[in-house]
Design a protein around this ligand. Structure first.
Ligand code: IPT
Length: 271
């Protein structure tokens, strides 16, 4: 078999580590994976990527592109009989999917900060065009609201370290300084750490920083990043297994979706 991966920007750490894990698992099973990368977050770009894979006659596709329920439906329709497994959709989306539970991850990050006694919590979300960024943000707000807390400041980044740096400068310039910042991914947290250091603040003594992803390098940030782990190796492994199983059974089995858990990795940016 040849499998196709339609993916969002591979310059980002998470999608590249996911693609790498998929390649590794596919190789073990003797399959090839061809990749088509979208250049902007739009349904048009995703359609183009899937069309490119179909023209290469792949036997199944993996779609790691953030899609709303309607857009996921449109892509599933475009795929027709070709098996398509989605990796970045709403857990409620009515498609064949494998996802990390966004509610679980958001809840774990907030719970950790609350347990440490934080009340002045700022949030830095991912790009709101991304369904996962929206779900993490909603999960944070919901969990904070259960404790009668609203974020003391909110900014939106684009997943990059540069945006984390820029948005953190804004968060830190507000009159009411947060004692903790919830960040929607580790790359932005990297930029946040630089901004915090430039403000002369000590992490974690004066301000805590919570990441999300636990990508390969996060244990080597300074200080080592406390974060919510999404096990990308497991995701890559399971997604290939599921898609291949689906091909073998000719889709006879009900397409069973999988929701993977996240976990808190406590390092040294929270106190
Ligand atoms: C998600 C990452 O958590 C985030 O850091 C960013 O890289 C994003 O991907 C890019 O789309 S993981 C995804 C499987 C929800």
């Amino acid at each position: 078999y040849t499998l196709g991966l339609a993916t969002t920007e591979l310059a980002l750490h998470a999608p590249s580590q996911i693609a790498s894990a998929m390649k590794t698992r596919a190789n073990q099973l003797g399959f090839n994976v061809v990749i088509s990368m979208i250049d902007n977050l739009s349904l048009t770009a995703c359609r183009a990527a899937v069309n490119e894979l179909m023209s290469q006659r792949v036997d199944g596709v993996l779609i790691n592109v953030p899609l709303s329920n309607d857009d996921a439906g449109a892509i599933a329709q475009l795929c027709g009989n070709l098996p398509a497994l989605f990796l970045d959709v709403d857990p409620e989306a009515d498609v064949f999917k494998i996802l990390f539970d966004p509610h679980c991850g958001a809840e774990q990050g907030v719970a950790h900060l609350l347990a440490l006694g934080h009340q002045q919590i700022a949030v830095l979300t991912g790009p709101l065009k991304s369904i996962s960024a929206r779900l993490r943000y909603e999960g944070w707000l919901k969990t904070l609201a259960l404790h009668d807390i609203t974020p003391c400041a909110v900014q939106h980044g684009d997943w990059s370290a540069a945006s984390g740096y820029q948005q953190a400068l804004l968060l830190l310039s507000q009159p009411e300084r947060p004692t903790a910042i919830l960040v929607a991914n580790d790359q932005m947290a990297l930029g946040v750490l630089r901004a915090v250091h430039e403000f002369g603040l000590r992490v974690p003594e004066q301000i805590s920083v919570m990441g999300y992803d636990d990508t390969e390098d996060s244990a080597f940030f300074f200080p080592p990043l406390t974060t919510i782990k999404q096990d990308f190796r497991l995701l890559g492994h399971e997604s290939i297994n599921r898609l291949v199983e689906h091909l073998h059974t000719h889709g006879d089995h009900q397409q069973s979706s999988l929701l993977l858990p996240t976990s808190l990795v406590e390092r040294h940016t929270t106190a």
